[in-house]
Write a protein that binds this ligand. Structure first.
Ligand SMILES: [Zn+2]
Length: 341
C-alpha cells in the first residue's frame, strides 16, 4: 500500500527544518515498519510503500500533519485511476467533490482539472451528485508534474489529536469507552454517536463555560464546530472539520482511534442519550411499519421518549459507510441483537 504523508514547517529556515523533519519521520517509521520503502520526498510530502497496514503506526508518529492511503498514476492515467478509486469510495455516497493540489507547470488550471474529473466521475456513477460545500466524499488529487496521487481519506496526524484523547481513550483502556459532549452545531452527529452506543450528551443554548464545566465534571470529550471552544486548554475538545454525516463519524473515529462495535449499536436513544430497553414484539405491532415488523424480531424502546428502535435499512446504510471503522463480527449487519440489560 502507498501512503502519502504530509508535514509542515513554516517560518525561518523552513527548508532546512523540513529536511530534518522528513529524515526524523522516516527514521521513526523505518524502526516500526521493517519493509518500509521511501519512494520520494518533496516539499512537505513523503511517499512511502509497505505491504503492511501502516495506519496504526502512522497515527502515533509526531510531526505528521496528516496522511492518506493513496494510489499513484501518471497524468495520462488520471481519469482511469480516479474511476477505479471511486468504485469503492463513492459506493454508498450521495455527493462528492474533487479537490486538486498541483505542483509544476501544466496546460490546465486546478479548477479545470477538478471540473473535468468531476464530470468523468458523474458519467461513470450517475447516481452521485457534485456538492462543493457539503460532500459525503472528497476525492483528493495531488499532481506533481506528471505524477498523480489520488485518495479519498485524509487522516489527521498524532499532533492533531487531543492529548487526553490519546492517553485515555480507546476500547482497551481501563477508563472505558469515550464519552462525548457535543455542541449545538453538531446535533445529527450526537444522534448517530448515540445510535453507535456512545454516551453523547448534547447541549444547546448554553454558554461555553457551562460546556467546559460539564465536560470536566463528567470526563467527556467536547466535539464542536466552534474553533475557539476547541482550543480551550482546560478540556479535551476537538474541532470537527467535516460538515456532513457520515464523514463526521469517520473523522471522529480516525481522530480518537475509535472502532464502532456492532454489539453496542442501538443501545442508546438517539434523541435523549438514555440506554434503551427491550420491548415485547407483540406489544408494538401497531406502532411499526408492517415490513419492519415482519422482517425483524427484536425491538427496543426509550422509556423517556417512547421511541422504538430496530436495526433496519437506515442502520445498514450507515454501517456500510463506516465499514472500515466497524469492528469485524460474523453477522454485524444482519442479526438484530438485544442490547445489554
Ligand atoms: Zn429517549
Amino acid at each position: 500500500m502507498l501512503y502519502l504523508l504530509r508535514f509542515a514547517e513554516t517560518g525561518r529556515e523552513a527548508q532546512a527544518r523540513r529536511r530534518k523533519t522528513s529524515r526524523d519521520i522516516v527514521a521513526v517509521l523505518g524502526a516500526e515498519i521493517d519493509d518500509l520503502r521511501v519512494l520520494s520526498t518533496d516539499t512537505g510530502r513523503i511517499l512511502v510503500h509497505t505491504a503492511r497496514d501502516a495506519l496504526p503506526t502512522l497515527k502515533t508518529v509526531h510531526g505528521l500533519s496528516s496522511f492518506s492511503p493513496c494510489r499513484h498514476c501518471r497524468l495520462d492515467e488520471l481519469e482511469a485511476s480516479i474511476v477505479e478509486l471511486c468504485r469503492h469510495a463513492v459506493r454508498d455516497a450521495s455527493s462528492f467533490c474533487v479537490r486538486i493540489k498541483r505542483v509544476g507547470t501544466h496546460a490546465f488550471t486546478s479548477a479545470e482539472m477538478a471540473a473535468s474529473l468531476g464530470a468523468c466521475i458523474r458519467q461513470q456513477f450517475p447516481a452521485i451528485a457534485v456538492d462543493l460545500d457539503r460532500p459525503d466524499v472528497v476525492i483528493g488529487v495531488e499532481i506533481r508534474q506528471v505524477d498523480c496521487y489520488v485518495f479519498d481519506r485524509v487522516i489527521p496526524g498524532a499532533d492533531r489529536r487531543p492529548n487526553a484523547a490519546r492517553d485515555s481513550i480507546g476500547n482497551t483502556t481501563p477508563a472505558g469507552p469515550v464519552r462525548f459532549l457535543v455542541d449545538q452545531m453538531l446535533g445529527p452527529l450526537a444522534g448517530w454517536l448515540r445510535l453507535l452506543g456512545f454516551d453523547s450528551a448534547y447541549l444547546h443554548d448554553v454558554p461555553d463555560c457551562h460546556l467546559v464545566r460539564r465536560a470536566r465534571a463528567e470526563g467527556r470529550v467536547i466535539l464542536t464546530r466552534d474553533r475557539q471552544l476547541s482550543e480551550t486548554p482546560a478540556v479535551t475538545a476537538y474541532y470537527v472539520y467535516s460538515t456532513s454525516l457520515p464523514r463526521q463519524l469517520i473523522e471522529v473515529a480516525e481522530l480518537l482511534d475509535l472502532r464502532y462495535d456492532p454489539e453496542r449499536m442501538f443501545t442508546r436513544c438517539s434523541l435523549c442519550n438514555r440506554p434503551v430497553e427491550p420491548v415485547e414484539k407483540a406489544s408494538i405491532a401497531t406502532r411499526v411499519p408492517r415490513v419492519a415488523y415482519q422482517q425483524y424480531d427484536e425491538f427496543t424502546f426509550c422509556r423517556t421518549c417512547d421511541k422504538l428502535y430496530w436495526k433496519g435499512g437506515q442502520y445498514r446504510r450507515i454501517l456500510r459507510q463506516l465499514r472500515h471503522l466497524v469492528a469485524p463480527t460474523d453477522d454485524s449487519a444482519r442479526t438484530v441483537r438485544r442490547p445489554p440489560q
